[in-house]
Write a protein of this length. Sequence first.
Length: 203
Amino acid sequence: MTGIIYALIRVSTKGQNVARQIKRMIEIGIPKENIIVEKESGKSTVRAKYRKLVKQLNTGDTLYIENIDRLSRDYDGILAEWHLLTVQKGVTIKVLDTPMLDTDQTTDSLLYKFIRNIMLHVLAFQAENEWQKIKSRQAQGIAIAKASGKSLGRPKIVRTEEELEIARQFLNEEIAIETALALLGKKKATLYNLRKAVSETQN
């Protein structure tokens, strides 16, 4: 194996834990500074970290991924990125969960290429199919929640008349900020939010 070894770790949301994947890559021997962690949907058109990594990769480099949906979440996207990396850039790809897809196989007969190509297409199909199911379940859940009258998103903050009155007095400079904070028993940010709310009702 020649060139520089990299690893790509992608999770769809910032709340997902990447520690397990990082540990797995480090155990393989990949330097931590060469492990690229991307917290963004594979469907995103931005993916700044991944695009930066692609520009860094050169012929002879090796890229480790846990599975092929790290490259993209849709069928065409996976095949396009695979072709870009392996054919256009000459990068070796190692797929931890599907070693048969590894492009550095010593056996590279026509039959093996054929089988690997079929497997790539099947897994690309599975990746997009699973993503579509997830989106469908999310849409169904939202529809059910709306139908049952549940509010989505962050709950609205309810302010008491007393809090609004304190904010009004502070806005009109009838009381000092120290007095307002003492009466509210809250932080400055809350007071400023209350002042803004009162100000908007007065305009």
